[in-house]
Design a binder for this molecule. Sequence first.
Ligand SMILES: Cc1ncc(COP(=O)(O)O)c(C=O)c1O
Length: 356
Amino acid sequence: MKISAWNISLGEDEARAAYESVMNRNLSEGIKVKELEERLASFLGKKYAICVPNGSSAVLLAMMGIGIKPGDEVIIPDFTFIATGHAPKLLGADVILADVKEDIPVLDIEKVLELITPKTKAIIPVHLNGRRAETKRLKEALKDTGIYVVDDACQAFASGKKGDYAGCDADIACYSFAVTKIMTTGQGGFVTTDEDELYLRMKRLKMQGMDNIFESNDYQLAGFNLKYTDILASIGLVQLGKIPEKVKNSKRHYGLYKKALEESKNIRMIPTKEDEIVYTPDILVKDSKRIREYLEDKMIQVRPAGACLHRANYFIQRSKYKNAEFFERHLLYMPGGPDQPEKNIQTAIGELLALE
Ligand SMILES: Cc1ncc(COP(=O)(O)O)c(C=O)c1O
């Protein structure tokens, strides 16, 4: 039987919640979305959470919220999922790529600071695969500059600990409920902020620029429809309740790889802090193509690293991307996910060890 690279499951609890939502006519955005927003904000210790259709629209809403427009520059890491860069790009900004750190694939703050110009309007650190970018340090370095820090925490909801979760140090943080995330509603996402003004603006932007859709003459600013749905929020509420179990499983899975590969001559692990949750167990190998082919031959699905963003010719390169290119070449995502059976992880580890 094939072992899939990712395993997350929804069960009867989620199905029942969606059924009840339908039967109670809680369909589009209403009480269930509001309840989920309140629970997410409380979980993360933030003043506000706003749900949206997915993580990509979370980044888009954040960019619209801070008023990104043509001519602005937005700095993002060269090594991330491409959605991070598409939001500012679609609003007409120039997207400037910065290299990541040598040992961990998150923004290198020193390199970011060198790329700042009078046009820089925002920086988007990405907490990749649960590992924390140095947002707090960046915020301090940018004090009094007026440059916004928007965290892309789409791969890092719940990574960290109470009072210090990924995304909590930024002006706005963006999260995703896609299937490959620690909790899922199929599609979904949200933004968080502590700033009243940013909250109000983003609330309006996702509802056609209005505070109250029932007031026909309430045109405040040009907005869009980025509403979430009560049906999905009902599922999200169940999933959120399962976060402790999901965190425990993900940590156990990563720990199994780490322990087994400690002495390996050919495989390296990326430094990971105690309270970080690595969503998909990742390894660094010399020849990732060969190892991928070997594992897939054994019916073990693995995922290669995404290509560096400087491969897309519509983003702007102003430096070298040595570290991003290293991760692009050597990183491999192994089978994981909160509901991955432990025997699958052991099988995958066994095959890696057989290669030693
Ligand atoms: C870093 C990052 N940003 C943004 C997104 C976009 O999220 P979604 O797929 O929910 O639109 C993802 C999704 O994988 C992501 O990993």
